[in-house]
Structures are given as C-alpha cells and as structure tokens.
Design a protein around this ligand. Structure first.
Ligand code: CTP
Ligand code: MG
Length: 249
C-alpha cells in the first residue's frame, strides 16, 4: 500500500502577475513547484508524485523536477484542467490500485514542512479518511450578501456595498491549508460527484475536503503550520522567503 501525492501546479498565477506560471516562479533560485516537491519527497511518507502542469508545459515541468537531486521519488506530470478541481481530477485518474492514501498539495504552498506532510498522512493511516491542516483565524470573518449599488444621493465616489449577514464565532473557524490527505476511494467518489455538480452549474470547489463534506462524510483537522502559507500576491513572495531555508524540518 502506497501514498501518492498530487501536486497542483497548473494555474497561471494571474494575481501574482509574473510572465511565467506561478509554480515556475523562483524563490532562492528554485521554482516553487520544486520547493514543494522537495518537502513532499523529503517527508519519507510519500511514495510518488503526480504533478499537474499548465497545458503544453508538461515537458518543462518534468525537466525541472527530474534535475533536482532532492526530489527522490518517481514523478509523473499530467496536463491540468481549466480549474483546480479539474486538475486534481486529471491527476487522480492516473493513481494506481495500490495508492490507498492520496495527498493533494498546492505548489502555491511551497514551504509546507515535511513534518506537516507526515502529520496529515499519519492521521489518514490512523483511520481518518479525510484530513486537512488548519490554523486559527486572526481576523473576524463576516458573511455578506451580494453587492448592492450605493445610494445615489451619497457623497463621495459611487461604489457597490455589501450587507453583512452574519459573524461566525471566530474560535470555531480554521483557515485550512494543504496538503490535505484522503483515502483514495473516498476522494475519487467525491470528485466524481463534484464533477457531476459542476456540470449542473455549481462553482468548482476550492479545496478537495469540500467535495468530501458534500458527500456528508467526516473531515478532520490536524494542526497546520504558518510555513504552509499560500503564495497569491507579490507580498506573499516576501513572506514565503522567510521559510525557504530547511527542506527537511
Ligand atoms: N491550479 C491547478 N489548475 C488550475 C488552477 C490552479 O493545478 N486550473 C493549482 C495552482 O497551480 C496552485 C493551486 O491550484 O498550485 C492553487 O491555486 P491558486 O493559488 O489560485 O493559483 P493560480 O490559479 O495559479 O493563481 P491565480 O488564481 O492568481 O491565477
Ligand atoms: Mg486560481
């Protein structure tokens, strides 16, 4: 029985706004996808990687990973899809029957520590079929209704406003990260049903655990790590560089 890690790297990185896809942007002279792959491979609990590549760039992505001496597990590269959910589904389709545990991790979180990877896999192997790392939320989060036009008689620039519809108790909120870990059969069923809903006009899921929740199956949370922050904008590149050092902690 083996653990397969799906590493999503097919996004374009629109919000980062560089001239290469985000996963190929470098920190400390290495592409983000290589940093992420090093930590997955270095965890000692991942047997193989499937990486989703921007369409048409699979050869390039495979090359940078093959050239890295610290990515010491077999790597397959597949073309990603139009959404993250579709990319994960494409990678899941090449999982083998022996891959009983599947991790899904974002190249956009290149410095998720090996210890976090081990924590997630250990929880799945202990019998939890869907596991996410989570950290407490520091902001107060509000839900809002759709934006309404501003009243015409107001002073200052016209802008759309939203109406607050609720304030969930902060103590019970968690910001969830990747890698998320799953029993492969459960994740495959969650993606099959998620794809059917996406066809029926639902938005694509932003994480895999959400698809499992939609089945009514339990998802458990293990402690996350601030080093697993997601790189979205240029500001995050500065923060991420703080964690670029040790691939094995
Ligand atoms: N991803 C993917 N396939 C897609 C879209 C995203 O594999 N069609 C991956 C990204 O490469 C990233 C992760 O999903 O590792 C999280 O996505 P996000 O942070 O949104 O990255 P991008 O989609 O590349 O960025 P942006 O939304 O700013 O364009
Ligand atoms: Mg995106």
């Amino acid at each position: 029985m083996t653990t397969l890690a799906i590493l999503t790297a097919a996004g374009s990185g629109t919000r980062l706004g560089r001239d290469v896809p985000k996963a190929l942007v470098e920190v400390d002279g290495l592409p983000l996808v290589v940093h992420a792959a090093r930590r997955l491979a270095g965890s000692g609990v991942v047997d193989a990687l499937v990486v989703t590549s921007p369409p048409g760039m699979a050869g390039l992505v495979a090359g940078v990973l093959a050239d890295d001496p610290l990515v010491g597990v077999p790597v397959r590269v597949v073309d990603g899809g139009a959404t993250r959910q579709a990319s994960v589904a494409a990678a899941l389709a090449v999982a083998g029957p022996d891959d009983d545990v599947v991790l899904v991790h974002d190249a956009a979180r290149p410095f998720a520590p090996a210890a976090l990877v081990r924590r997630v896999v250990a929880a799945v192997r202990a019998g939890h079929r869907a596991v996410v790392p989570g950290v407490p939320v520091v902001d107060t989060i509000k839900s809002v209704s759709a934006a309404l036009p501003a009243p015409a008689a107001g002073h200052g620039p016209a802008s759309a406003v939203e109406t607050v519809t609720g304030t969930p108790e902060r103590a019970v909120l968690r910001a969830v990260q990747t890698p998320q870990g799953f029993d492969r059969a459960l994740l495959a069923r969650a993606h099959a049903e998620g794809a059917a809903r996406a066809g029926a006009d639902h938005l694509a899921a932003t994480d895999d655990a959400g698809l499992v929740e939609a089945l009514g199956e339990p998802v458990v949370v293990v402690p996350g790590d601030e080093a697993a922050l997601k790189i979205t904008t240029e500001r995050d590149m500065h923060l991420a560089a703080l964690y670029a050092g040790d691939a094995h902690h």
